[in-house]
Design a protein around this ligand. Structure first.
Ligand SMILES: *Cc1c(COP(=O)(O)O)cnc(C)c1O
Length: 427
Protein backbone atom coordinates (compact mmCIF):
# COMPACT_ATOMS: atom_id res chain seq x y z
CA UNK A 1 0.00 0.00 0.00
CA UNK A 2 1.43 3.41 -0.86
CA UNK A 3 0.37 6.91 0.08
CA UNK A 4 0.87 9.97 -2.11
CA UNK A 5 2.05 12.45 0.51
CA UNK A 6 2.14 13.40 4.19
CA UNK A 7 -0.37 16.22 3.77
CA UNK A 8 -3.24 16.40 6.31
CA UNK A 9 -5.67 16.62 3.38
CA UNK A 10 -4.85 13.05 2.46
CA UNK A 11 -5.81 11.95 5.98
CA UNK A 12 -9.12 13.82 5.67
CA UNK A 13 -9.73 12.17 2.31
CA UNK A 14 -9.03 8.69 3.71
CA UNK A 15 -11.53 9.41 6.50
CA UNK A 16 -14.14 10.47 3.94
CA UNK A 17 -13.67 7.18 2.07
CA UNK A 18 -13.90 5.10 5.28
CA UNK A 19 -17.04 2.95 5.21
CA UNK A 20 -16.75 2.29 8.97
CA UNK A 21 -16.55 5.99 9.86
CA UNK A 22 -20.04 6.12 11.35
CA UNK A 23 -19.08 3.62 14.06
CA UNK A 24 -17.10 6.35 15.79
CA UNK A 25 -20.45 7.87 16.81
CA UNK A 26 -21.15 4.73 18.82
CA UNK A 27 -18.55 5.83 21.39
CA UNK A 28 -18.34 8.51 24.06
CA UNK A 29 -15.75 10.87 22.60
CA UNK A 30 -16.09 14.30 24.13
CA UNK A 31 -12.61 15.78 24.24
CA UNK A 32 -11.66 17.09 20.77
CA UNK A 33 -8.15 17.71 22.04
CA UNK A 34 -7.48 14.08 22.98
CA UNK A 35 -6.26 11.36 20.62
CA UNK A 36 -6.72 7.95 22.16
CA UNK A 37 -4.39 5.32 20.74
CA UNK A 38 -4.72 2.96 23.68
CA UNK A 39 -7.78 0.93 22.75
CA UNK A 40 -5.57 -2.15 22.88
CA UNK A 41 -5.12 -1.70 26.66
CA UNK A 42 -8.57 -0.36 27.49
CA UNK A 43 -11.18 0.18 24.83
CA UNK A 44 -13.41 3.26 24.79
CA UNK A 45 -16.86 3.41 26.38
CA UNK A 46 -19.68 2.61 23.91
CA UNK A 47 -22.66 4.97 24.24
CA UNK A 48 -25.03 1.98 24.21
CA UNK A 49 -23.30 0.61 27.30
CA UNK A 50 -24.32 3.63 29.39
CA UNK A 51 -28.08 3.06 29.05
CA UNK A 52 -27.70 -0.68 29.03
CA UNK A 53 -25.90 -0.57 32.38
CA UNK A 54 -28.36 1.89 33.86
CA UNK A 55 -31.10 -0.58 33.04
CA UNK A 56 -29.06 -3.53 34.37
CA UNK A 57 -28.52 -1.76 37.69
CA UNK A 58 -31.83 0.03 38.24
CA UNK A 59 -34.30 -2.39 36.69
CA UNK A 60 -32.66 -5.79 36.62
CA UNK A 61 -30.75 -5.72 39.91
CA UNK A 62 -32.75 -2.99 41.65
CA UNK A 63 -36.25 -4.31 40.96
CA UNK A 64 -35.88 -7.98 40.10
CA UNK A 65 -33.39 -8.77 42.88
CA UNK A 66 -32.59 -12.49 43.22
CA UNK A 67 -35.21 -13.38 40.59
CA UNK A 68 -32.99 -11.78 37.97
CA UNK A 69 -30.78 -14.85 37.76
CA UNK A 70 -33.67 -16.78 36.25
CA UNK A 71 -34.45 -13.89 33.89
CA UNK A 72 -31.42 -15.02 31.91
CA UNK A 73 -28.47 -13.76 33.92
CA UNK A 74 -27.37 -17.28 34.78
CA UNK A 75 -26.77 -18.04 31.09
CA UNK A 76 -24.77 -14.87 30.38
CA UNK A 77 -21.35 -16.63 30.32
CA UNK A 78 -22.44 -18.96 27.52
CA UNK A 79 -24.67 -16.46 25.69
CA UNK A 80 -21.88 -13.90 25.54
CA UNK A 81 -19.54 -16.74 24.58
CA UNK A 82 -21.81 -17.45 21.61
CA UNK A 83 -21.46 -13.82 20.49
CA UNK A 84 -17.67 -13.90 20.81
CA UNK A 85 -17.70 -17.17 18.85
CA UNK A 86 -18.88 -15.17 15.83
CA UNK A 87 -15.75 -13.01 16.00
CA UNK A 88 -13.27 -15.88 16.29
CA UNK A 89 -14.68 -18.64 14.09
CA UNK A 90 -15.94 -20.97 16.82
CA UNK A 91 -19.23 -22.81 17.43
CA UNK A 92 -21.68 -21.12 19.76
CA UNK A 93 -21.18 -23.78 22.46
CA UNK A 94 -17.38 -23.63 22.47
CA UNK A 95 -16.78 -20.32 24.23
CA UNK A 96 -17.37 -19.28 27.81
CA UNK A 97 -16.98 -15.81 29.30
CA UNK A 98 -15.43 -16.16 32.73
CA UNK A 99 -12.74 -14.83 35.09
CA UNK A 100 -9.50 -13.19 33.92
CA UNK A 101 -7.30 -14.24 31.02
CA UNK A 102 -4.55 -15.31 33.40
CA UNK A 103 -6.92 -17.57 35.34
CA UNK A 104 -8.35 -19.14 32.19
CA UNK A 105 -4.84 -19.81 30.95
CA UNK A 106 -4.11 -21.53 34.25
CA UNK A 107 -7.19 -23.74 33.98
CA UNK A 108 -6.59 -24.78 30.38
CA UNK A 109 -2.83 -25.25 30.70
CA UNK A 110 -3.24 -27.53 33.73
CA UNK A 111 -5.97 -29.46 31.89
CA UNK A 112 -3.60 -29.90 28.93
CA UNK A 113 -0.66 -31.16 30.98
CA UNK A 114 -2.88 -33.64 32.78
CA UNK A 115 -4.11 -34.90 29.41
CA UNK A 116 -0.51 -35.63 28.30
CA UNK A 117 0.88 -37.37 31.43
CA UNK A 118 3.81 -39.01 29.65
CA UNK A 119 5.23 -35.79 28.24
CA UNK A 120 6.91 -32.98 30.15
CA UNK A 121 7.67 -30.27 27.59
CA UNK A 122 5.89 -26.91 27.69
CA UNK A 123 6.67 -24.46 24.88
CA UNK A 124 6.07 -20.72 24.65
CA UNK A 125 8.07 -17.82 23.20
CA UNK A 126 10.12 -14.83 24.32
CA UNK A 127 7.61 -12.34 22.89
CA UNK A 128 4.78 -13.61 25.09
CA UNK A 129 3.01 -11.45 27.65
CA UNK A 130 4.81 -12.08 30.96
CA UNK A 131 1.65 -13.03 32.84
CA UNK A 132 1.24 -15.99 30.48
CA UNK A 133 4.80 -17.11 31.18
CA UNK A 134 4.40 -16.62 34.93
CA UNK A 135 1.25 -18.75 34.93
CA UNK A 136 3.10 -21.54 33.09
CA UNK A 137 6.05 -21.27 35.50
CA UNK A 138 3.65 -21.44 38.46
CA UNK A 139 1.94 -24.52 37.06
CA UNK A 140 5.28 -26.29 36.66
CA UNK A 141 6.07 -25.45 40.28
CA UNK A 142 2.63 -26.64 41.44
CA UNK A 143 2.86 -29.93 39.54
CA UNK A 144 6.15 -30.86 41.18
CA UNK A 145 8.72 -29.36 38.80
CA UNK A 146 8.78 -32.33 36.43
CA UNK A 147 7.92 -30.20 33.43
CA UNK A 148 10.23 -27.76 31.75
CA UNK A 149 9.37 -24.56 29.90
CA UNK A 150 11.16 -23.90 26.63
CA UNK A 151 10.91 -20.41 25.11
CA UNK A 152 11.16 -20.08 21.33
CA UNK A 153 13.77 -17.38 20.62
CA UNK A 154 13.34 -14.34 18.39
CA UNK A 155 16.26 -13.30 16.20
CA UNK A 156 15.14 -9.68 15.86
CA UNK A 157 13.01 -9.16 18.99
CA UNK A 158 10.03 -8.50 16.71
CA UNK A 159 9.13 -11.76 14.94
CA UNK A 160 9.35 -15.53 15.49
CA UNK A 161 10.61 -17.59 12.54
CA UNK A 162 8.56 -20.69 11.57
CA UNK A 163 11.75 -22.79 11.75
CA UNK A 164 12.28 -21.67 15.35
CA UNK A 165 8.82 -23.03 16.21
CA UNK A 166 9.68 -26.34 14.52
CA UNK A 167 12.93 -26.59 16.41
CA UNK A 168 11.26 -26.09 19.80
CA UNK A 169 8.63 -28.82 19.43
CA UNK A 170 9.30 -32.54 19.73
CA UNK A 171 7.49 -35.70 20.78
CA UNK A 172 8.04 -34.86 24.42
CA UNK A 173 6.03 -31.63 24.08
CA UNK A 174 2.74 -31.73 25.96
CA UNK A 175 1.56 -28.15 25.43
CA UNK A 176 2.39 -25.18 23.20
CA UNK A 177 1.01 -21.93 24.63
CA UNK A 178 1.47 -18.83 22.47
CA UNK A 179 -0.06 -15.41 22.11
CA UNK A 180 -1.36 -15.04 18.55
CA UNK A 181 -0.54 -11.30 18.25
CA UNK A 182 2.45 -10.26 20.36
CA UNK A 183 1.62 -7.53 22.88
CA UNK A 184 4.68 -5.42 22.13
CA UNK A 185 5.68 -5.95 18.51
CA UNK A 186 2.24 -6.96 17.10
CA UNK A 187 3.87 -9.94 15.34
CA UNK A 188 1.10 -12.34 14.32
CA UNK A 189 1.56 -16.09 13.98
CA UNK A 190 0.07 -18.17 11.19
CA UNK A 191 -2.41 -19.87 13.51
CA UNK A 192 -3.34 -22.75 11.20
CA UNK A 193 0.25 -23.60 10.34
CA UNK A 194 1.55 -23.58 13.91
CA UNK A 195 -1.44 -25.53 15.20
CA UNK A 196 -0.82 -28.18 12.56
CA UNK A 197 2.87 -28.42 13.53
CA UNK A 198 1.88 -28.84 17.16
CA UNK A 199 -0.65 -31.54 16.35
CA UNK A 200 1.90 -33.42 14.25
CA UNK A 201 4.04 -33.64 17.38
CA UNK A 202 1.06 -34.93 19.35
CA UNK A 203 0.84 -31.90 21.62
CA UNK A 204 -2.06 -29.59 22.51
CA UNK A 205 -2.21 -25.99 21.26
CA UNK A 206 -3.39 -23.12 23.43
CA UNK A 207 -3.66 -19.66 21.85
CA UNK A 208 -3.99 -16.39 23.74
CA UNK A 209 -6.19 -14.08 21.64
CA UNK A 210 -5.97 -10.99 23.86
CA UNK A 211 -4.56 -8.77 21.11
CA UNK A 212 -6.42 -10.57 18.31
CA UNK A 213 -10.10 -10.66 19.22
CA UNK A 214 -11.85 -7.66 17.70
CA UNK A 215 -8.60 -6.65 15.97
CA UNK A 216 -7.90 -9.35 13.39
CA UNK A 217 -10.03 -12.15 11.95
CA UNK A 218 -9.47 -15.44 13.77
CA UNK A 219 -10.71 -18.84 12.59
CA UNK A 220 -10.40 -21.22 15.54
CA UNK A 221 -12.40 -24.03 13.94
CA UNK A 222 -10.78 -23.58 10.54
CA UNK A 223 -7.36 -23.78 12.19
CA UNK A 224 -8.40 -26.84 14.22
CA UNK A 225 -7.37 -25.11 17.46
CA UNK A 226 -7.70 -27.09 20.69
CA UNK A 227 -7.83 -24.35 23.29
CA UNK A 228 -7.79 -20.57 23.50
CA UNK A 229 -8.18 -17.71 25.96
CA UNK A 230 -8.63 -13.99 25.44
CA UNK A 231 -9.24 -10.62 26.96
CA UNK A 232 -12.38 -8.47 26.56
CA UNK A 233 -11.36 -5.04 27.84
CA UNK A 234 -9.05 -4.27 24.92
CA UNK A 235 -10.46 -4.30 21.37
CA UNK A 236 -13.85 -5.59 22.59
CA UNK A 237 -14.40 -2.44 24.69
CA UNK A 238 -15.92 -4.53 27.47
CA UNK A 239 -15.09 -2.16 30.41
CA UNK A 240 -12.06 -2.02 32.74
CA UNK A 241 -11.30 -5.54 33.96
CA UNK A 242 -14.30 -7.10 32.20
CA UNK A 243 -14.29 -10.91 32.36
CA UNK A 244 -12.20 -12.83 29.86
CA UNK A 245 -13.16 -15.81 27.69
CA UNK A 246 -11.96 -19.30 27.02
CA UNK A 247 -12.48 -21.69 24.12
CA UNK A 248 -12.41 -25.48 24.27
CA UNK A 249 -13.03 -27.36 21.02
CA UNK A 250 -16.27 -29.31 21.37
CA UNK A 251 -14.76 -32.81 21.20
CA UNK A 252 -12.27 -31.94 23.96
CA UNK A 253 -14.78 -30.44 26.39
CA UNK A 254 -15.67 -33.68 28.17
CA UNK A 255 -12.19 -35.19 27.77
CA UNK A 256 -10.19 -32.57 29.63
CA UNK A 257 -10.41 -31.80 33.30
CA UNK A 258 -9.80 -28.28 34.56
CA UNK A 259 -8.39 -28.01 38.08
CA UNK A 260 -10.82 -25.60 39.78
CA UNK A 261 -13.82 -27.65 40.71
CA UNK A 262 -16.21 -24.89 41.67
CA UNK A 263 -19.93 -25.51 41.92
CA UNK A 264 -20.64 -23.83 38.58
CA UNK A 265 -18.38 -26.41 36.88
CA UNK A 266 -20.54 -29.23 38.19
CA UNK A 267 -23.30 -31.00 36.33
CA UNK A 268 -26.02 -29.40 38.42
CA UNK A 269 -24.88 -26.61 40.76
CA UNK A 270 -28.25 -26.34 42.43
CA UNK A 271 -28.45 -30.03 43.31
CA UNK A 272 -25.87 -29.22 46.03
CA UNK A 273 -24.37 -32.71 45.85
CA UNK A 274 -21.46 -33.40 48.19
CA UNK A 275 -19.29 -34.99 45.51
CA UNK A 276 -18.21 -33.19 42.38
CA UNK A 277 -19.59 -34.46 39.08
CA UNK A 278 -18.26 -32.29 36.25
CA UNK A 279 -20.54 -30.86 33.57
CA UNK A 280 -19.83 -32.48 30.21
CA UNK A 281 -20.12 -29.29 28.14
CA UNK A 282 -18.31 -25.93 28.20
CA UNK A 283 -19.78 -25.25 31.68
CA UNK A 284 -17.15 -27.65 33.02
CA UNK A 285 -14.74 -24.72 32.62
CA UNK A 286 -16.74 -22.38 34.83
CA UNK A 287 -15.84 -21.95 38.51
CA UNK A 288 -18.07 -19.65 40.58
CA UNK A 289 -20.69 -16.92 40.37
CA UNK A 290 -20.05 -14.56 37.44
CA UNK A 291 -19.43 -10.82 38.11
CA UNK A 292 -22.70 -9.86 36.44
CA UNK A 293 -22.32 -6.13 36.04
CA UNK A 294 -18.96 -6.45 34.29
CA UNK A 295 -20.40 -9.32 32.31
CA UNK A 296 -23.44 -7.30 31.21
CA UNK A 297 -21.29 -4.47 29.90
CA UNK A 298 -19.86 -6.82 27.29
CA UNK A 299 -23.10 -7.38 25.45
CA UNK A 300 -23.65 -4.02 23.71
CA UNK A 301 -19.92 -3.69 23.08
CA UNK A 302 -19.61 -7.02 21.24
CA UNK A 303 -22.73 -6.27 19.19
CA UNK A 304 -20.99 -3.24 17.68
CA UNK A 305 -18.11 -5.40 16.45
CA UNK A 306 -20.48 -8.00 15.01
CA UNK A 307 -22.26 -5.21 13.10
CA UNK A 308 -18.99 -3.82 11.77
CA UNK A 309 -17.74 -7.34 10.78
CA UNK A 310 -14.17 -8.50 11.29
CA UNK A 311 -13.43 -8.44 7.56
CA UNK A 312 -14.16 -4.72 7.27
CA UNK A 313 -12.37 -3.98 10.53
CA UNK A 314 -9.27 -5.82 9.36
CA UNK A 315 -9.25 -4.01 6.01
CA UNK A 316 -9.38 -0.64 7.79
CA UNK A 317 -6.84 -1.68 10.40
CA UNK A 318 -4.32 -2.68 7.72
CA UNK A 319 -4.82 0.59 5.88
CA UNK A 320 -4.36 2.56 9.11
CA UNK A 321 -1.29 0.71 10.35
CA UNK A 322 0.24 1.06 6.86
CA UNK A 323 -0.49 4.78 6.94
CA UNK A 324 1.01 5.10 10.41
CA UNK A 325 4.19 3.30 9.30
CA UNK A 326 4.37 5.47 6.18
CA UNK A 327 4.26 8.66 8.29
CA UNK A 328 6.77 7.20 10.77
CA UNK A 329 9.18 6.44 7.91
CA UNK A 330 8.83 9.97 6.57
CA UNK A 331 8.91 11.97 9.79
CA UNK A 332 10.22 9.89 12.67
CA UNK A 333 12.91 7.62 11.23
CA UNK A 334 15.14 10.64 10.45
CA UNK A 335 14.97 11.77 14.11
CA UNK A 336 15.93 8.51 15.79
CA UNK A 337 12.86 6.25 15.78
CA UNK A 338 12.94 2.67 14.57
CA UNK A 339 10.02 0.40 13.75
CA UNK A 340 9.38 -2.23 16.44
CA UNK A 341 6.70 -3.98 14.41
CA UNK A 342 6.71 -6.20 11.28
CA UNK A 343 6.46 -4.30 8.01
CA UNK A 344 4.42 -7.01 6.29
CA UNK A 345 0.73 -6.56 7.05
CA UNK A 346 0.00 -10.33 6.90
CA UNK A 347 2.11 -10.93 10.02
CA UNK A 348 1.07 -7.80 11.92
CA UNK A 349 -1.87 -7.24 14.29
CA UNK A 350 -3.58 -3.89 14.85
CA UNK A 351 -0.95 -1.95 16.78
CA UNK A 352 2.39 -0.44 15.90
CA UNK A 353 5.37 0.01 18.20
CA UNK A 354 7.85 2.77 17.54
CA UNK A 355 11.15 2.65 19.38
CA UNK A 356 13.31 5.53 20.54
CA UNK A 357 15.89 5.81 23.35
CA UNK A 358 13.74 8.57 24.95
CA UNK A 359 10.43 6.74 24.51
CA UNK A 360 9.41 7.04 28.14
CA UNK A 361 9.76 10.83 28.32
CA UNK A 362 8.26 11.23 24.84
CA UNK A 363 5.21 9.26 25.96
CA UNK A 364 4.86 11.42 29.11
CA UNK A 365 5.02 14.55 26.93
CA UNK A 366 2.39 13.11 24.58
CA UNK A 367 0.03 12.41 27.50
CA UNK A 368 0.68 15.40 29.75
CA UNK A 369 1.41 18.43 27.57
CA UNK A 370 -1.06 21.17 28.55
CA UNK A 371 -3.50 22.65 26.00
CA UNK A 372 -3.45 24.07 23.39
CA UNK A 373 -1.12 21.15 22.60
CA UNK A 374 -3.01 18.12 21.42
CA UNK A 375 -2.89 15.24 23.91
CA UNK A 376 -2.09 11.76 22.68
CA UNK A 377 -2.47 8.62 24.80
CA UNK A 378 -0.26 5.70 23.69
CA UNK A 379 1.23 2.96 25.86
CA UNK A 380 4.84 2.95 26.91
CA UNK A 381 6.21 -0.59 26.88
CA UNK A 382 9.68 -1.06 28.35
CA UNK A 383 12.43 -0.71 27.41
CA UNK A 384 11.85 1.72 24.55
CA UNK A 385 8.51 1.15 22.81
CA UNK A 386 5.76 3.65 22.22
CA UNK A 387 2.86 1.39 21.36
CA UNK A 388 0.10 2.91 19.25
CA UNK A 389 -3.12 0.90 19.15
CA UNK A 390 -5.37 1.21 16.13
CA UNK A 391 -9.00 0.52 17.07
CA UNK A 392 -10.63 0.65 13.64
CA UNK A 393 -14.09 1.17 15.15
CA UNK A 394 -13.13 4.66 16.21
CA UNK A 395 -9.56 5.61 15.22
CA UNK A 396 -9.43 8.09 12.34
CA UNK A 397 -6.69 8.71 9.76
CA UNK A 398 -6.67 12.34 10.85
CA UNK A 399 -5.90 11.27 14.43
CA UNK A 400 -3.00 9.13 13.22
CA UNK A 401 -1.65 12.10 11.26
CA UNK A 402 -2.00 14.45 14.23
CA UNK A 403 -0.46 11.99 16.68
CA UNK A 404 2.62 11.33 14.57
CA UNK A 405 3.03 14.99 13.82
CA UNK A 406 2.90 15.64 17.57
CA UNK A 407 5.61 13.01 18.18
CA UNK A 408 7.78 14.76 15.64
CA UNK A 409 7.25 18.14 17.33
CA UNK A 410 8.05 16.72 20.78
CA UNK A 411 11.35 15.25 19.62
CA UNK A 412 12.43 18.07 17.30
CA UNK A 413 11.60 20.70 19.92
CA UNK A 414 13.11 18.54 22.71
CA UNK A 415 9.84 19.06 24.63
CA UNK A 416 10.29 15.66 26.29
CA UNK A 417 13.27 17.02 28.25
CA UNK A 418 10.84 18.82 30.55
CA UNK A 419 9.46 15.46 31.74
CA UNK A 420 10.79 13.15 34.41
CA UNK A 421 12.38 9.78 33.71
CA UNK A 422 10.68 8.55 36.92
CA UNK A 423 8.29 5.71 35.96
CA UNK A 424 4.63 5.74 37.02
CA UNK A 425 3.26 2.44 38.35
CA UNK A 426 0.95 1.88 35.35
CA UNK A 427 2.62 2.77 32.05
C1 LIG B 1 -3.96 -8.18 28.31
C2 LIG B 1 -3.42 -9.55 28.30
C3 LIG B 1 -3.67 -10.42 29.35
C4 LIG B 1 -4.47 -9.92 30.51
O1 LIG B 1 -4.53 -10.81 31.53
P1 LIG B 1 -5.43 -10.47 32.80
O2 LIG B 1 -5.48 -11.76 33.51
O3 LIG B 1 -6.75 -9.98 32.30
O4 LIG B 1 -4.76 -9.39 33.57
C5 LIG B 1 -3.17 -11.71 29.27
N1 LIG B 1 -2.45 -12.12 28.21
C6 LIG B 1 -2.18 -11.28 27.18
C7 LIG B 1 -1.40 -11.76 26.01
C8 LIG B 1 -2.65 -9.98 27.21
O5 LIG B 1 -2.38 -9.14 26.22
Amino acid sequence: MSFANTDINLAHELDTQDELASFRDEFVIDDPNLIYLDGNSLGRLPKRTVNFMRNAIEQEWGKRLIRVWNDGWINAPTELGAKIARLVGAQTDEILVTEATSINLFKLAVASLQARPNRNGVVSDVLNFPSDLYILQGIIDLLGRNHHLKLIPSADGITIAPEAVDAAIDNNTALVSLTHVAFKSAFMYDMARVTEQVHEAGALMLWDLSHSVGAVPVDLNGSNVDLAVGCTYKYLNGSPGSPAFLYVRRDLQAQLSQPMWGWFASENPFAFELDFIPASDISRYRVGTPPMLSMKALEPAIDILIEATMERLRAKSIKQTEYLIFLADQWLAPIGFTLGTPRQAEIRGSHVSLRHPESYRISRALIEAPPPAIQVIPDFRAPDNIRLGIAPLYTTFTEIHQALNRMRTIVEGKIYEQYSVERLSVT
